[in-house]
Design a protein around this ligand. Structure first.
Ligand code: HEC
Ligand code: HEC
Length: 239
């Protein structure tokens, strides 16, 4: 290779990579408003971000990968837990995390501060980060739905979950609402026995929770629902 060809390869390669890099950067910047849902950025969301900074939530938690690694990432906390469960955890962490070895301090947030944090976490959860990092990936839950529902159609516990209206507050696959935690997530962190007991009297295991009690179900039915929910987590994970 002559010196001239080597220079040609060098400049050609460098300049075309640079052009591609610039084009992709400009393209990404053009999409920021849509990806971050800038139109949903209202005063409550902004207030929530300020509260998040004022109380140094980032010392322990990450959002979009930034922050401390002591506590769970909060990017998808809203889709994972729902609004009510977040409220209760912020108002009374010492009660909500009573059974946990890790501790979250009670920072005595006012009701208004809690509401703005919920709005902020809801906004963050809506950011389209192209499923990267693939944590609590909505796309993944959607992919597993069909298989889950096919398996569920055969199960009496699944019939109970539908009959009792659990999905009017909980998400499952791409169904359901966002008031309480996603059922697959619940299954990943609780045992069937715990869920069975919880359903009989939520207030006893989670004081202040908005979750209704299912005393009218028998202990065996509640245990069966517990086993179903734990199995959901196992299936969602296997993909
Ligand atoms: C000193 C560390 C620390 C600080 C500061 C802190 N947290 Fe936490 N937080 C934790 C720990 C630890 C957990 C997990 C407890 C468990 O599940 O074992 C947690 C859990 C949570 C959860 C539930 C997450 C989930 O997926 O279950 C939310 C929501 C939350 N924190 C929000 C906040 C907000 C908002 C702030 C600021 C006002 C904050 N935290 C400040 C340590 C902290
Ligand atoms: C009216 C709304 C509502 C209905 C209906 C409902 N839930 Fe809940 N559920 C919640 C909320 C809100 C929470 C979060 C409680 C908290 O942590 O503050 C919750 C929490 C739970 C938890 C505990 C999660 C955890 O790990 O702490 C389980 C298990 C659960 N629900 C299962 C069910 C099942 C099964 C049904 C149907 C038989 C059902 N729920 C019906 C609102 C509801």
């Amino acid at each position: 290779m002559t010196e001239r060809t080597a220079k040609g390869v060098f400049w050609g390669g460098t300049l075309s990579s640079l052009a591609l890099f610039l084009a992709l950067t400009v393209d990404t910047h053009g999409q920021f408003a849509a990806l971050t849902r800038a139109d949903k950025l209202d005063d409550t969301v902004v207030a929530g971000k300020r509260v998040f900074e004022r109380y140094n939530c980032n010392d322990c938690h990450t959002i979009l990968g930034f922050g401390g690694y002591y506590a769970p990432d909060l990017t998808r906390a809203y889709t994972r837990l729902g609004a009510d469960a977040i409220r209760r955890r912020l108002a009374q962490p010492e009660v909500a995390f009573r059974d946990s070895y890790r501790k979250m301090p009670n920072q005595h947030l006012s009701p208004a501060e809690i509401e703005s944090l919920v709005a902020y976490l809801e906004w963050v959860a809506g950011i389209d980060n192209h499923d990267w990092p693939p944590q609590d990936s909505e796309a993944r839950w959607k992919r597993s739905t069909e298989r889950l529902l096919a398996a569920a159609a055969l199960s009496p516990a699944a019939a109970l979950v539908q009959q009792e209206g659990c999905l009017s507050c909980h998400a499952l696959g791409d169904r359901g609402e966002r008031q309480g935690p996603r059922l697959e997530r619940v299954g990943a962190r609780r045992s069937a026995a715990w869920i069975g007991e919880y359903l009989g009297d939520p207030q006893r295991l989670a004081p202040g929770s908005e979750m209704p009690g299912y005393q009218h179900l028998s202990a065996a039915q509640r245990q069966m629902i517990g086993e179903f929910i734990v199995a959901l987590a196992a299936r969602g994970g296997e993909r």
